[in-house]
Design a protein around this ligand. Structure first.
Ligand code: PRP
Ligand code: URA
Length: 222
């Protein structure tokens, strides 16, 4: 596994990277990586890990006071200060993370960015995009389990920037050093959350040790 301090990132870039190292996250991720884990359990784990990661990625959301009457007395409590959120999965594999974030933020809108990597060049090919009409007013949580070369993620970030989105957070489950550097170099404001920093990419641009092809494992295709 890689160490965030050895990736050659600047202090400013390191501050935009969060590795979600909670013990429950690491436990669930180990099961996710196991080649013996079947489709149903894999899908459930992706959803659960997205929820944990969404919790970290929303930690700085603002609160405002509100009055609540308990059965005993009135008190001042806090509620979210009207933050509008869009979840943007990168198709296909990102779809597996959407419900976990919706469990946390049920009112979020969902946009879709369809990207498929060319198996030879590893370049992403865009095949479908649809965003909520007021997306520029929303905090966008791009979700995709895998950050390999970073080609798909940077294309999705550019698509959202072109749509006028200011606050973009990318949530992945497993990241390769190459992808982390690519994303943080590409966009000076994006924040990146990952549950693991893996060692490297192989010659086919698959993450090592990784978990294989996330889309195939979520949807039972191969
Ligand atoms: C995978 C994965 C990411 C991308 C990561 O998707 O879900 O979107 O590859 O690779 P990159 O960082 O090198 O761009 P894939 O293109 O295989 O499509 P799928 O989700 O439909 O399986
Ligand atoms: N896409 C995947 O699903 N897995 C990888 O390791 C790399 C890209």
């Amino acid at each position: 596994m890689a160490n965030a301090n050895n990736l050659g990132l600047t202090p400013e870039q390191l501050a935009r990277l969060t590795v979600v190292d909670h013990p429950l996250v690491q436990h669930k991720l180990s099961i996710l990586r196991d080649e013996q884990t079947g489709t149903k359990q894999f899908r459930d784990l992706v959803r659960e890990l997205a929820l944990f990661e969404g919790y970290e990625a929303t930690r700085d959301f603002g609160l405002e006071p509100m009055q609540v009457k308990t059965p005993l007395e009135e008190c001042t409590c806090q509620h979210l200060a009207g933050k509008k959120v869009a979840i943007v999965p990168i198709l296909r594999a990102g779809l597996g993370m959407v419900d976990g974030i919706l469990d946390l933020i049920p009112a979020a809108r969902v946009g879709h960015v369809g990207m498929e990597r060319d198996p030879k060049t590893h370049e992403p090919h865009e095949y479908y995009c649809k965003l909520p009409p007021d997306v520029e007013q929303r905090t966008c949580l791009i979700v995709d389990p895998m950050l390999a070369t970073g080609g798909s993620a940077t294309a999705a970030i550019q698509y959202l920037r072109d749509a006028g989105v200011r606050d973009i957070r990318l949530l992945v489950l497993v990241a390769a050093p190459e992808g982390v550097r690519a994303v943080l170099d590409y966009d000076p404001d994006v924040r990146l959350y990952t549950c693991a920093l893996d060692r490297e990419l192989n010659d086919s641009a698959y993450i090592l040790p990784g978990l294989g092809d996330a889309g195939d494992r979520i949807f039972g295709t191969r």
